[in-house]
Design a protein around this ligand. Structure first.
Ligand SMILES: Cc1ncc(COP(=O)(O)O)c(C=O)c1O
Length: 392
């Protein structure tokens, strides 16, 4: 065993390169969170004054944070989880019985599927419009819910919509989704991994029963952390306390929430999320500015021969997927094959494109300055021209 490899673990960070990986842009720490990370890096660092329930700790102000976060989201009750996936898992585990069905959009993240599988459920998909826009047909939730009910005699245990999907960055109609679910009597979960912490979600009407988010994807927090928010009426079921009793010891833990396994994230992740919260509350107000920047980025990228943005047009979210057949043709004859694009970008100070991939690429300029976005665009244009692709 060579332990030396663990002694100086380094990363090509934000400070040296511009990182355009969509999965990482919303999780970049604020200076306040970096400071808190050092302060609270030790294991159970938030537990000095715990009286038995993580979400009720007063110092640091975790209890207050739960209240403020619920208000920020326009929801009633919040818990911090180890990621959006754990929030989905908690809901599905509480609501689903073995053999139940969860209805989800056909752009849903894989974590929706594995969470459902873990809860013993299967997933029925609501279609999308296909190439090139791939818009989820939200109206069809009604049809799919009815079909499940007709076949099984029982409605689906849950319906889930991915607010913005991880493939095309399409913004789905959350309010229409919730209206349909409410009418059908099916609990509605909105997966806000790509919207919570970017967009103001407090005015959704009607409100979903559950909202899940990702701290490390959208709330300027370090991994692993996420958010489970719900309407009050679900609190008793989803956050039920333990009912087991030790048959020898007679011990019991009625206040420990079963779906949260008693406690969830208890160190640096939750504190970085709190430390970034004032910044996040402010940044959602500047969302329009982010969309404007993204649209400019798309326009400039599409000046490159063959490049076409996939997903809905015009963009309403920073995650962008492009078809890049010109770069793909270059890769076929290049000694570094698909890696050429990653390496050429890196030479110009840009990272975050999936190494080896040239047929399609995903990028985000969320949180970058206009100068940084111009730098990214210049890098792509230069590479295109160097390899004989026209830039109009
Ligand atoms: C749409 C969507 N949902 C959920 C997740 C998983 O989030 P987490 O890592 O917080 O569990 C992702 C991660 O990429 C995602 O894109």
């Amino acid at each position: 065993m060579n332990l030396d490899r663990y002694r100086n673990i380094v990363r090509e960070t934000e400070r040296k390169y511009i990182n355009v990986n969509p999965i990482q842009r919303g999780g970049v720490l604020t200076p306040e969170a970096r400071k808190a990370l050092l302060e609270f890096g030790d294991g159970y660092s938030v537990c000095d004054f715990c009286e038995g329930l993580l979400h009720e700790i007063e110092k640091p102000p975790i209890r207050q944070f739960h209240e403020d976060l619920a208000e920020f989201l326009g929801m009633d009750v919040v818990r911090i989880t180890a990621g959006a996936r754990y929030a989905k898992e908690a809901v599905m585990s509480a609501l689903c019985e073995e053999g139940d069905v969860v209805v989800a959009d056909s752009l849903a993240h894989y974590t929706t599927f594995v969470a459902a599988e873990k809860a013993g459920a299967t997933v029925r998909e609501v279609p999308n419009t296909g190439h090139p826009e791939y818009k989820v047909k939200v109206d069809e939730y009604a049809r799919v819910i009815d079909e499940v009910e007709d076949e099984r005699g029982d409605p689906p245990a849950l319906a889930l919509l991915t607010h913005v999907d991880s493939e095309y960055g399409n913004l789905a109609d959350a309010e229409k989704f919730v209206k349909i679910c409410r009418k059908k009597g099916v609990p509605a979960l909105l997966n806000c991994a790509y919207t919570m912490g970017r967009m103001d979600l407090s005015n959704l009407s009607p409100k979903p029963d559950f909202m899940v988010g990702s701290g490390h994807k959208g709330m300027a927090a370090c991994a692993p952390c996420g958010v489970l928010a719900m309407r009050e009426e679900w609190e008793e079921e989803v956050l039920r306390g333990s009912s087991l009793r030790g048959d020898v010891s007679g011990r019991e833990w009625p206040h420990k929430e079963v779906e949260m396994l008693g406690c969830t994230v208890m160190g640096a992740p939750i504190v970085t999320m709190m430390a970034s919260f004032p910044h996040v509350v402010e940044r959602v107000k500047r969302w329009k500015e982010e969309v404007r920047k993204t649209r400019w980025f798309v326009k400039e990228m599409e000046r490159i021969e063959g490049v076409r943005q996939l997903g809905e047009r015009p963009k309403r979210h920073d995650l962008v997927k492009f078809e890049t057949p010109g770069f793909h043709e270059v890769a076929e004859d290049h000694p570094r094959r698909g890696y050429f694009l990653y390496e050429e970008l890196k030479k110009r100070g840009v990272i975050g494109i999936q190494p080896g991939q040239t047929e399609t690429i995903k990028a985000s300029v969320y949180g970058l300055t206009d100068e940084q976005v111009e730098h990214v665009v210049r890098a792509f244009h230069e590479i295109a021209e160097e390899y004989g692709l026209e830039v109009s």
